[in-house]
Design a protein. Sequence first.
Lengths: 107, 114
Amino acid sequence: KNEVEQSPQNLTAQEGEFITINCSYSVGISALHWLQQHPGGGIVSLFMLSSGKKKHGRLIATINIQEKHSSLHITASHPRDSAVYICAAGYNNDMRFGAGTRLTVKP
Amino acid sequence: EAQVTQNPRYLITVTGKKLTVTCSQNMNHEYMSWYRQDPGLGLRQIYYSMNVEVTDKGDVPEGYKVSRKEKRNFPLILESPSPNQTSLYFCASRTNRQGNYGYTFGSGTRLTVV
């Protein structure tokens, strides 16, 4: 059974800081997903990656398949980035989710 | 607009009264899935469907039923709801095609069973 571990659980940053959230998983996957959940509860898919690195605006996601590790980086963080970020290990039939990282960016 | 639509957004019901949470997607996605989210436990899969008439259990299927008679719809049925099914529920869909295709989530249904 795959376990997905995220760190840190909570993160508070000042506006403009560089943010890193880490995710580790225990068995091979088909893809690694990064999700964003805003205080209203809705979930948005940010990235799906199976190798290398992806970038979208100020967000960058990387994955190291050999080490079974992924990171989500936010450059020049902004208060609107405040949300819960969830890592999920994807398989053919389902996803296994990390517990989430609650990010608060203060102005 | 490509989306997954869940209804209702909020529901308060009493123990034992059958209810259905609907989920519909307009992206012609083959795969659909239901999750529940609870404090301290995160998101957990309830049931999923790889395609029409194909459904299977996830991690926490007890007390739930699903059906997939049409590609666009994947309702979640609670035949006899109990208070431990109070939770935030999400439906999601994706294509089965190979490639970097992510999931699209519905807006969530907050269910309270009293």
